[in-house]
Design a protein around this ligand. Structure first.
Ligand code: BG6
Length: 467
């Protein structure tokens, strides 16, 4: 333990949250429904209320952040608190809430980094096709314009969080509404359309000449061939194109390279799928590609893959029972465990080298990404507070320690990483896993809403003190 002994001066050292996962109060003060509300109610597995009740308890959490040495926090604005239907007249109470939240952050020296979209499309727009409907992009741009001109106290913006997670979870893995499985046309189209939404908002932001910075957040998953055969390497290249490269090209090159498109087209033709790129799309992407001020990189795990030509299928581990995950993508590959690589209870590979590798790659292949912030990284655990002793989350400390070490190693070799946000600030609602997968530095008793400091929070503070 304790590979990392000091942090660089001025490093951004924060905790991350997302509106729907922490706020609760999903029906309060005129908030409109997101794509999750009815879906979760119908499923009856878990409720998004009150989650961590951040809607009311944000002063408690921001104070904890300050007390434990965090100088930044990632939050997202719930689109449907501002525009309950996704568009129309702004909801004053929702607007007032975010002004209060941002003021609280700033007053406590905890800089807010704010996303406009974190998996929570308005129900109304979701029903009309979500990102697959280009009209919804217009509504997103209007919502962004409103936020930029209203919340001028915010200086650090992100457009969309984890475009690939949305596309994959909605249309491939089928564990986010609308639960489609291996609908490859929709997945690739969602990737492209989300990139367009991001690019249009960046172009708008720059035209407004505001005093602040903007970027987007990708979760990156390095893919390694399980053994070094030509076939396995090709599987890795295909899968990488689908989940990393297409999005990185679109964001930072403003075009999909020939090599990327050859791989994507191979996947599309094998799966009888297609992608619709319209006339002006690439100009929009091109214009935005040099205008990102920074890049938010989320990292949890890497993947190992072998060549595979059988049918597509997947089992998603939402229970914390090891060994229940499987993922086979027809014509692309099959994800497999790698001997010697430890996994979490949810079968996620713990592989800090992957973070180092991907940071080096992004810096090398995508210089337009400029400054990088690790905007999420952390470990989900089943934890229970006994009412007395501090939670000994050494596993989490070890995970964070190894990953921060990888970040600082890449940084010492010239990759411009300026910050690290742990996922998550406090325990919160996990989209597909409910409340038994805890990530927080601070334990939340979901019955009483009491917070309890974990050992990882103390570890986090000790490092903050070295800056
Ligand atoms: C990221 C998301 O994908 O991973 C978060 O941005 C999410 O919203 C986090 O909670 C962890 O995922 P999970 O499924 O373990 O909650």
């Amino acid at each position: 333990l304790n590979r990392v002994t000091t942090l660089p001066r001025g490093f951004v050292w924060g905790g991350a949250t997302a509106a729907y996962q922490v706020e609760g109060a999903t029906k309060a003060d005129g908030k409109g429904k997101t794509m999750w509300d009815d879906y979760l109610e119908e499923q009856g597995r878990f409720s998004p209320d009150p989650a961590s009740d951040f809607y009311h308890l944000y002063p408690t959490d921001i104070k904890l952040a300050q007390d434990y040495g965090l100088n930044a926090v990632r939050v997202s604005i719930a689109w449907t608190r501002i525009f309950p239907q996704g568009y129309g007249e702004p909801n004053e109470k929702g607007v007032a809430y975010y002004h209060r939240l941002f003021k609280e952050c700033i007053d406590h020296g905890v800089t807010p980094y704010v996303s406009l979209h974190h998996f929570d499309s308005p129900k109304n727009l979701f029903d009309a096709g979500d990102w697959l409907n280009r009209k919804n992009i217009d509504h997103f741009v209007d919502y962004a314009r409103f936020c930029f001109t209203e919340f001028t106290e915010v200086k650090n913006w992100f457009t969309v969080n984890e475009l690939i997670s949305l596309a994959l979870s909605q249309y491939v893995a089928g564990n986010f509404p609308p639960n489609h499985h291996f609908d490859i046309s929709s997945a690739i189209q969602a990737e492209h359309n989300e990139l367009l939404a991001h690019a249009r908002v960046v172009n708008l932001y720059k035209s407004l000449n505001l005093d602040g910075r903007i970027g987007l957040i990708h979760v990156l998953q390095p893919i390694y061939p399980i053994t070094n055969t030509k076939e396995n390497q090709h599987a890795a290249d295909l899968y990488d194109a689908f989940i990393n490269r297409f999005l990185l090209d679109g964001t930072f090159l403003g075009e999909y390279s020939d090599e990327t498109m050859a791989l994507i087209n191979e996947i599309l033709s094998k799966n009888d799928a297609h992608l619709d790129i319209q006339r002006d799309d690439m100009e929009i992407l091109k214009a935005a590609s040099t205008r990102n001020d920074y890049f938010g990189l989320n990292y949890y795990q890497s993947q190992f893959i072998q060549a595979y030509d059988g049918p597509s299928g997947n089992e998603f581990n939402g229970t914390g029972e090891k060994g229940t995950t499987s993922f086979s993508f027809h014509g692309v590959g099959q994800l497999v465990p790698k001997a010697g690589v430890p996994t979490t209870d949810w079968d996620w590979n713990i592989y800090p080298e992957g973070l180092y590798d991907i940071l080096k790659r992004v810096a090398r292949e995508y210089p337009n990404s400029h400054t990088i912030y690790i905007t999420e990284n952390g470990l989900g655990l089943k934890e229970e507070y006994n009412g007395e002793d501090i939670i000994q989350d050494d596993k989490r400390i070890d995970y964070i320690d190894q990953h921060v070490d990888a970040v600082l190693r890449a940084r010492s070799e010239g990759v411009d990483v300026q910050g690290y946000f742990v996922w998550s600030l406090q325990d919160q609602f996990s989209w597909a896993n409910g409340y038994n997968k805890r990530y927080g530095l601070f334990y939340v008793d979901f019955d009483t809403q009491k917070r309890h400091v974990k050992k990882s929070a103390q570890w986090f503070k000790a490092l903050a003190d070295t800056m």
